[in-house]
Design a protein around this ligand. Structure first.
Ligand code: HDE
Length: 485
């Protein structure tokens, strides 16, 4: 009988004679250093882990496609959006934010919603969340914010005092805190939540005319959430519940899908709109800027290998394609730096050569060498520019649009400081039952805060958003209503 069974080899391809017994000096003698196969096996095992993502460490990924369903060419020249019916392969990674790589899926936390479009003009990454806004609006506050969400350096426990201390001293977080503490804070699965680009971006059309844009992925599965007691039970019984749900749904052909919409704002409106459109803690009213359909995303293929495709996936909001550009949002500006920097540390300087990260089109540039340069490294081709050897050159039509800036270089805040109206609007929008659950979730989270001063300060924020909101939280905590911060 012939067999196709492959021979076990070392990593350099030599057949292995024994994979059960290490080589010793005699039956009871010590292990021999000449058993290099054993040495290789143990040494490689020691190096199996790469640093987990400092945030969004726990996640699940899937492949699929994006299909254009509406003509948006008057707003953007992005080639992957150029024709109705056009399909572009995508890879998505969903995640929680604060927990470690092995932490439970069903916790109260925003969810990452990171999409990589493999377009003919290179990769476009839209690295968003399942919330349209964020807790802070300046990148300089991000490390402090995340510290408050992570483990206490002494106890190594999550620390509600730090969480509420930071939030109460950063009132721009109030709107996102209200979303987080609402029913949507614990999605039922990754499939039952919307996705958002959150920031404002710029779209530019073939004539070079720009507009401001916000992205909304609407789940076709409908929104479903988990009650906190059920979520806590699942967290204990099956911490990988969301990971498993996504994998199984795709495996059995129940492909999750989202419709992509955008809000479009004329550039000049940014000077007059009642909210600062670059402040990521605020939404644009859909009455002012209605949703415009763009396309549909379907996830229809599971990764073959988790580490290769999901753990090594590197997303960056800085990876844009012609027709899509950044806005001056101070959070987005910081993110343009942070993600590729994180990838160089976590995966390596040539992370973009890995199959999951590399574009489906040829990348032609003069970058050479670096750790783990495992492609042909440009071979013998010309390795500097400008050159007289017909090497790749810039294409002026792909320059980003110019715009004028003025002012004094300074560390300044946004002009708008109303952190209360939109949070209050959200409180008033949800049903009476959800309001009650929102207050209960907040009270449960705040009751172990150590300093009364922090609780009172936070109550004042809720009160300013809506007096009833503040009164109910104060009552739940057994504290007096604090009306002023
Ligand atoms: Fe992230 N974020 N972030 N973030 N973020 C990371 O990137 C960071 C922010 C988001 O599945 C890190 O490769 C800064 C907003 C997602 O691989 C890191 C700031 C939004 C993911 C990082 C923000 C996000 C990350 C961790 C403030 C939603 C997971 C390691 C300026 C719009 C992507 C890494 C994946 C991951 C930094 C704020 C979403 C450290 C500095 C706002 C979905 O680079």
């Amino acid at each position: 009988m012939t067999t196709n069974k492959k021979k076990l080899t070392t990593s350099w391809g030599a057949p292995v004679g024994d994979n059960q017994n290490s080589m010793t000096a005699g039956q009871r003698g010590p292990t021999l250093i000449q058993d290099v196969y054993l040495l290789e096996k143990l040494a490689h095992f020691n190096r199996e882990r790469i640093p987990e993502r400092v945030v969004h460490a726990k996640g699940a990924g899937a492949h699929g496609y994006f299909e254009v369903t509406n003509d948006v060419t008057k707003y953007t020249k992005a080639k992957f959006l150029s024709e109705i019916g056009k399909r572009t392969p995508v890879f998505i990674r969903f995640s929680t934010v604060a927990g470690e790589a092995g932490s439970a899926d069903t916790v109260r936390d925003p969810r990452g919603f990171a999409v990589k479009f493999y377009t003919e003009d290179g990769n476009y990454d839209l690295v968003g969340n399942n919330t349209p806004i964020f807790f802070i609006r300046d990148a300089i506050k991000f490390p402090d914010f995340i510290h408050s969400q992570k483990r206490d350096p002494k106890t190594h426990l999550k620390n509600p005092t730090a969480v509420w201390d930071f939030w109460s001293l950063s009132p721009e977080s109030l709107h996102q805190v209200t979303i987080l503490m609402s029913d949507r804070g614990i999605p039922a699965t990754f499939r039952h939540m919307h996705g958002f680009g959150s920031h404002t971006f710029k779209w530019v059309n073939a004539e070079g005319k720009g507009v401001w844009v916000k992205y909304h992925f609407k789940t076709e599965q409908g929104i479903k959430n988990l009650a906190p007691d059920i979520a806590a039970k699942i967290a204990g019984e099956n911490p990988d519940y969301h990971t498993e749900d996504l994998f199984n749904a795709i495996e059995k052909g129940d492909y999750p899908a989202w419709k992509l919409f955008v809000q479009i704002m004329p550039l000049e409106d940014a000077n007059t709109y009642r909210w600062d459109p670059f402040d990521v803690t605020k939404v644009w009213s859909q009455k002012d800027y209605p949703l415009i359909e763009v396309g549909r995303m379907v996830l229809n293929r599971n990764p073959e290998n988790y580490f290769a495709e999901v753990e090594q996936a590197a997303f960056s909001p800085g990876q844009m394609v012609p027709g899509i550009e950044p806005s001056p949002d101070k959070m987005l500006q910081g993110r343009l730096f942070a993600y590729s920097d994180a990838a160089r540390y976590r995966v390596g300087p040539n992370h973009n050569l890995l199959p999951i990260n590399s574009p489906k089109v040829e990348a032609n540039n003069y970058q050479r060498d670096g750790a783990m340069r495992f492609d042909k490294n440009g071979g013998g081709s010309v390795y500097y520019e400008p050159n007289s050897f017909d090497g790749p050159t810039e294409s002026k039509e792909n320059k980003t649009t110019s715009y004028s800036v003025s002012g004094i270089a300074d560390s300044v805040s946004y002009n708008h400081d109303d952190h209360y109206t939109q949070a209050g609007d959200l409180y008033r929008l949800i049903s009476a039952e959800e309001q009650a659950r929102l207050v209960e979730n907040i009270v449960n989270s705040m009751k172990s805060v150590e300093k009364e001063e922090i609780k009172l300060r936070q109550i004042a924020h809720f009160y300013k958003a809506d007096p009833e909101y503040g009164i109910r939280v104060a009552k739940g905590l057994g504290l007096p209503v604090q009306k002023k911060v």
